[in-house]
Design a protein around this ligand. Structure first.
Ligand code: NAD
Length: 287
């Protein structure tokens, strides 16, 4: 018997990458799955492969999200698990060049989209005795240098939304958590550079990203959608029934900063020279 037997899940951004991996795994664990995505061709193909339902949904449009939840309830009678995962790299470049339309579009998909997924999921789940909401944040929401500025801000915003909504929805037996992936091998990088329609260029970009992530990650490899799906199954299942408001980092140890850890501690360039050196000196003389 699968770990999600009898549950109904809606996964946004399930036409590709992490969302596709989550949809496949949820189905193999016995859930009914609604694939919601802006990409109709790929979404339909994923849904037919896993015997799920496809719904066209642009998460930047609140009424599309309401429609996807309604389709889920009409099709399967309920909603138990919402995975607010759809995303893209968004507006890029130095802050001095920030484009207003790009900012608005990025926030609409990455932050507003998650907030309205929570809104409509909570309405359906309250009518149903509870549920589990899982959003895809990022290591970029935890530290700098992991993504473009607005992307990073939105992913940090998802962590804040997660905590705040978890507090409100606990009494309704609705758990709200987010997963913060590290570097995961998906088309998002090639899409961000506008080369995803060119298979050779896409492969080259992924290979560069993979090499960089592997070198900077204690586990020495880039992650896969299956790595994230494994955490999502846990959060969707009753195995995590006492877990809410949490940020689950699935990054192969990337945020534990392997490169700094490899230095002898005295070689780490700590910022506050005076006080820290004095502390170190006194620690040494005591030992
Ligand atoms: N790949 C990584 O290294 C990584 C790391 C951290 C977080 N993430 C996050 O994981 C999530 C999934 O990304 P991925 O790597 O699988 O990328 P991906 O490009 O493979 O998949 C993203 C999916 O979202 C869909 N999408 C984009 N905009 C949408 C919109 N407005 N409405 C509905 N669907 C939309 C796309 O069509 C696509 O199917 C994103 O939120 C991303 O920010 C990815």
């Amino acid at each position: 018997m699968g770990r999600l037997e009898g549950k109904v899940a809606l996964v946004t951004g399930a036409a590709s990458g992490i969302g596709e991996g989550i949809a496949e795994r949820f189905r193999s664990e016995g859930a009914e799955v609604v694939v919601a995505d802006i990409d109709q061709a790929r979404g339909t193909s994923v849904a037919s492969r896993i015997a799920g339902l496809f719904v066209t949904c642009n998460v930047a449009v609140a009424s599309d999200i309401a429609g996807a939840v309604a389709a889920c309830v009409e099709g399967y009678g309920r909603l138990d698990v919402m995975v607010a995962n759809a995303g893209f790299g968004g507006v890029r470049g130095p802050i001095t060049d920030l484009d207003e339309a790009g900012f608005d579009q990025t926030v609409s998909v990455l932050l507003k989209g998650v907030a309205f997924c929570m809104k409509h999921a909570c309405r359906a789940m309250q009518a149903n005795g509870g549920g589990s909401i899982i959003s895809t944040s990022s290591v970029a929401g935890l530290m700098g240098g992991m993504g473009p500025h607005v992307y990073s801000a939105c992913k940090a915003g998802v962590i804040g939304l997660t905590r705040s909504v978890a507090l409100e929805q606990g009494p309704f037996n609705i758990r709200v958590n987010c997963i913060n992936p590290g570097g995961i091998a998906t088309p998002i990088f090639a899409k961000g550079l506008g080369v995803d329609s060119d298979p050779a260029a896409s492969a080259e970009i992924l290979s560069l990203v993979s090499a960089g992530v592997s070198a900077g990650t204690p586990l020495g490899r880039i992650g896969t959608p299956a790595d994230i799906a494994a955490a999502a199954v846990w959060l969707a299942s009753e195995d995590s029934s006492y877990v809410t408001g949490q940020t689950i980092v699935v990054d192969g140890g990337l945020t534990s900063t392997k490169r700094l850890a490899e230095f002898p501690s005295d070689a780490v360039p700590l910022p506050a020279g005076g006080e820290v050196s004095e502390l170190r000196a006194s620690e040494k003389s005591e030992s």
